[in-house]
Write a protein that binds this ligand. Structure first.
Ligand SMILES: Cc1cc2nc3c(=O)[nH]c(=O)nc-3n(C[C@H](O)[C@H](O)[C@H](O)COP(=O)(O)OP(=O)(O)OC[C@H]3O[C@@H](n4cnc5c(N)ncnc54)[C@H](O)[C@@H]3O)c2cc1C
Ligand code: FES
Length: 358
């Protein structure tokens, strides 16, 4: 009896879901619409599809790091006409001030009629690239180093810490996932990304299924997490797990440019098996007196003689209290929050702390 009721309610839910998809795809066919960008350019858009997807299809690349799920808040743009009221799925990501200014979450907002919108100048420089995988090495049990060399004479310019959006086939549609560049920006013909495999994850599973020689498309560069050049302050870098990727880009750039600034590198992982490129940093710290390197393991084996515990507790002990630094953090949200609290307690103001959480 209970089983019958369960089957009935599941089938009912499935029928409702299919009906909603059908209504959205077929009945809510708003036809072609015109998007006016920056009071200057007009593009044709597919009514019924999101503003973000329409912009991507017309080669306007807007930052978006959550695959359009409405959880990263990166895809905000000002829509001055045709957007309608703010949707419940946008509410959490828009402040009152942003709503007053007309900001909308473009991954949630569907194009239903003509629209006018504003795209900031810096986004207009973002473009698409295609390259071939030339490096595909395992770094840990679930992280791969993926080196991509651009086709032909193409070149990419980016700042250390920024990320790209890799194109991921997702059935009949295309999806995108953000991956930070782990390479030195001086190498304009190639990039390196470090990709952690997430069980059942669309993007990471796809990238892990590739091999040397296969093509990969991406757009970029994106993000305001990058090394600032306008100071002589110490650079405090903190990485957790695969959050090492953009931090490595900053470190390589710092080394290549002989920057006359101390760099404090705190790198947390679970065990030695999860710590990658560690030897490279040990060698660099031996060669460069300006680099202070603190790797730490939260679940060390008996033969580990280095620091132990979570990385913020190591920083509490090892980072001087009177440091005049600026900080770059990358790792899981819980790590970023704990490290930020330590930095603030040590006198690093919040406006000099930049981070990417993933
Ligand atoms: C700015 C930025 C830079 C990034 N740089 C990198 C990078 O350099 N290297 C890298 O590997 N990733 C990076 N990421 C994360 C990356 O964009 C994807 O979110 C990640 O690869 C998972 O995507 P997926 O398609 O495999 O999983 P999805 O299909 O999106 O997710 C599948 C399931 O796994 C869950 N999930 C997603 N992420 C995690 C996680 N970390 N741990 C546990 N469960 C999870 C989801 O909630 C979902 O239930 C970055 C993210 C941002 C925002
Ligand atoms: S793409 Fe992440 S909130 Fe829109």
């Amino acid at each position: 009896m209970i089983l019958k009721a369960l089957i009935f309610s599941n089938s009912f839910a499935l029928i409702i879901a299919l009906l909603l998809i059908f209504m959205d795809r077929v009945i809510n066919n708003y036809g072609p619409c015109t998007l006016t960008i920056n009071d200057d350019k007009e593009i044709q858009a597919r009514g019924g599809s999101t503003l973000l997807r329409n912009l991507f299809e017309s080669k306007y690349f807007i930052p978006s790091a959550c695959g359009g799920k409405g959880t990263c808040g990166y895809c905000k743009l000002i829509v001055t006409e045709g957007g309608g009221g703010v949707l419940p799925t946008e509410e959490l990501m828009l402040s009152s001030a942003e709503k007053r200014e007309g900001y909308r979450l473009t991954c949630q907002l569907k194009v239903k009629n003509d629209m006018k919108l504003y795209i900031p100048e810096e986004y207009l420089n973002i473009r698409e690239y295609t390259g071939r995988i030339t490096v595909f090495d395992p770094l840990t049990v679930d992280i791969r180093r993926v080196g991509i060399t651009l086709f032909g004479d193409d070149e990419i310019a980016y700042k250390p810490g920024q990320y790209v959006q890799v194109k991921i086939p997702a059935g009949p549609e295309i999806d995108y996932r953000a991956y930070s560049m782990a390479s030195c920006p001086d190498e304009h013909d190639r990039i390196e990304i470090n990709v952690k495999l997430i069980p059942d994850g669309l993007g990471s599973t796809y990238i892990h299924s590739l091999s040397v020689g296969e093509p990969l498309e991406f757009s970029g560069p994106y993000g305001d997490f990058f090394l600032r050049h306008d100071s002589h302050r110490d650079i405090i870098c903190v990485a957790g797990g695969v959050g090492l990727a953009p931090i490595k880009s900053i470190l390589l750039y710092w080394d290549r440019h002989n920057m006359n600034r101390m760099l404090w590198l705190y790198y947390g992982a679970k065990s030695t098996a999860d710590l990658y490129d560690h030897e490279q940093f040990v060698d660099l710290a031996a060669r460069e007196s300006g680099l202070k390197y603190f790797p730490a393991l939260s679940e060390p084996a008996d033969d580990w003689t280095g620091k132990t515990g979570f990385i913020h507790t190591v920083m509490e002990k090892e980072l001087p209290g009177d440091i005049h630094g600026e900080a770059y953090l990358c790792g899981p949200p819980i790590m970023i929050d704990a490290v930020t609290a330590v930095l603030i307690a040590k006198g690093v103001p919040e406006e000099r702390i930049w981070y990417d959480k993933f």
